[in-house]
Design a protein around this ligand. Structure first.
Ligand code: FUB
Length: 449
């Protein structure tokens, strides 16, 4: 293949990659610190890109390691397109290209341009003799890029985790962290401060070191951030009536990670009339929490404007087409006993998980499967069973109508098994997979017309 052809081929491979549904939403790489934004009717995701530490990285090997940023987009919050690398430490002149320090970014549109803000370690000290973290800006005409980084980081800003907010009166604000949470106004060129940085007061004095994200709803300004109240971070917020504060602590948005991931990092979007919380966990790397993965769940407000606590789910958000692989290990609910979830391949977590139904009557439920309006004729299951196990597929309720019964022939290898489907009503249904007899392992389920 010529170089040109191979370049086009690689680009197509990146652009056509779809990470289908459920949590985590990005399934071909680690992703963290998600900032989600709605641009041109689509949701764009600007996360950090965690990688396993390469041998050439100087310093700590058990620390965050990030060399570049990707951008992703989705119209349905289930299928995510990876648009590839937009900024990297090797191609940004002010960044120390050996630092692997491309931490939490943000992006915002202003006057027809897209401004991508990202922290990284400076190559040389600034005019005050400071090396450490600076915050750079890269500019594009489209959310997917290409982004052109400015040659220098923003003057007067030392810190991490930039977050942008444009108020209704058109004033731009930049938030960031460095021991405290800082805010300053930004000029209309989005690249220079328009006011002296000020520390946001009245926030927790201990354990608040990073991750500001400001949102406004119905005249209330919500300053959200991760905070260590106990041992690891949880998501909290404070409210005020001005983007620069004062703010008053208002509550917890998400408790500490059940997987014990030390960090969390949040952003919020309203899309098609629903609010969503983007956050991260360490689902693909439970033993090393510096390799994280972005998740989404729905977010709701109480009538008084306070935020309802969000419980992280595996199912996440969005509708799954019955004609796509339904990964039932990302279940919405399950029986109290008799089920277990494990990696398919402990050496490659990105291959995903399997569900084991162990005891008769054990079940998992996967919500919001769209069966469309064409007749469903059959179902295919990737499964195995050491003793001819059988599962039944029910719709809508655990004791709802049985639409298929699938016998998995005895064997130790994964098999694709087809079964006939009867009477599937059109449209959206919840799917229940119930074990009829002896144990089975299931990778996915897919329906066919
Ligand atoms: O990803 C590196 C750092 O971890 C981020 O900048 C923080 O917000 C925390 O998630």
């Amino acid at each position: 293949m010529s170089n040109f052809k191979s370049l086009i081929f690689s680009l197509l491979m990146i652009v056509s990659y779809l990470a289908t549904g459920q949590n985590p939403i990005i399934r071909n790489q680690f992703s963290a610190d998600p900032t989600a934004r709605v641009f041109n009717g689509k949701v764009y995701l600007f996360p950090s890109h965690d990688i396993p530490t390469p041998p050439e990285k100087p310093g700590r090997k058990d620390w965050f390691c990030m060399a570049d940023y990707h951008v992703f987009s989705s119209e349905n919050l289930s299928d995510w397109t990876d648009h590839g690398i937009i900024i990297s430490q090797n191609k940004t002149s002010w960044v120390d290209s050996t630092s692997y320090s491309m931490w939490a970014p943000d992006c915002i549109d202003r006057n027809g341009k897209y401004y991508f803000f990202f922290p990284a370690n400076r190559k040389v000290a600034d005019s005050n003799g400071r090396k450490g973290f600076g915050i750079g800006v890269a500019i594009a005409d489209k959310p997917e890029g290409p982004y052109i980084p400015l040659p220098d980081p923003i003057k007067g800003v030392n810190g991490i985790d930039p977050n942008l907010f444009i108020d209704k009166d058109g004033q731009n604000y930049l938030y960031w962290a460095m021991g405290n949470i800082f805010v300053a106004k930004l000029k209309d060129n989005m690249t220079e401060l328009a006011s002296e940085p000020q520390v946001i007061a009245n926030l927790p004095q201990k354990g608040l070191i990073e991750g500001p994200f400001l949102l406004e709803r119905k005249g209330i300004y919500y300053l959200t951030f991760p905070h260590v109240e106990n041992k690891i971070e949880r998501l909290e917020y404070a409210i005020g009536n001005n983007p620069m504060g004062p703010f008053k602590m208002a509550g917890v948005i998400m408790d500490e990670s059940p997987m014990n991931c030390w960090t969390n990092h949040q952003s919020f979007v309203q899309y098609n009339d629903q609010w969503y919380l983007f956050y991260h966990q360490d689902a693909y790397s439970p033993k090393f929490d510096k390799n994280r993965s972005v998740c989404i769940d729905s977010l709701f407000f109480h009538a008084d404007g306070t935020i309802q606590k969000v419980k992280p789910t595996l199912r996440g958000v969005g509708i799954t087409s019955a004609n796509n692989k339904i990964e039932i290990d990302r279940f919405s609910s399950k029986s109290n006993t008799g089920t277990s979830i494990a990696f398919l391949d402990s050496l490659n977590a990105f291959n995903g998980w399997k569900t084991t139904l162990v005891t008769k009557g054990a079940w998992v439920n996967y919500n919001n499967v769209d069966f469309g309006n064409k007749k469903i004729k059959s179902v295919e299951v990737r499964a195995k069973s050491e003793n001819n196990g059988t599962v039944q597929l029910h719709l809508d309720k655990i004791d709802g109508p049985v639409v298929a019964e699938i016998c998995i022939p005895k064997g130790i290898d994964w098999k694709l098994i087809d079964a006939k489907v009867t009477r599937v009503p059109k449209g959206l249904h919840n799917l229940f997979v119930v074990l009829k007899d002896t144990p089975v392992e299931i990778d996915w389920v897919i329906f066919k017309n």
